[in-house]
Design a protein around this ligand. Sequence first.
Ligand SMILES: [Zn+2]
Length: 115
Amino acid sequence: MQLEEEHIPPLCPQCKGMLRPNVVLFGDPMPHFFFELERELRKKCSLLIVIGSSLEVYPAAGLPRYADELVIINKQPTPYDLNACLVFHENCGEILIHLLDTLNISLERTNNGFN
Ligand SMILES: [Zn+2]
């Protein structure tokens, strides 16, 4: 998608609301499911696989402390690398393709993403 400078931020043609990616951006509130996940992790987390996070911004950066074992996949080093049992400083997508292949898991694309 290419935008002219006068069209930034891009607006919805119907409601004129600001169009934005479906991700949590810096300064956004965390989605409700994050706090449910955190509550579950506090109870028991035998393995946490962190994919594509610098682990430098809270509250996400607080999650590794609940994990018995930690695996980190991130291009750059993170503050938790020394606590992890496995660390990959690689492209997340490439590592995940190898991981799924090794585990013999295939993904089917759906309208909502992957299953
Ligand atoms: Zn709209």
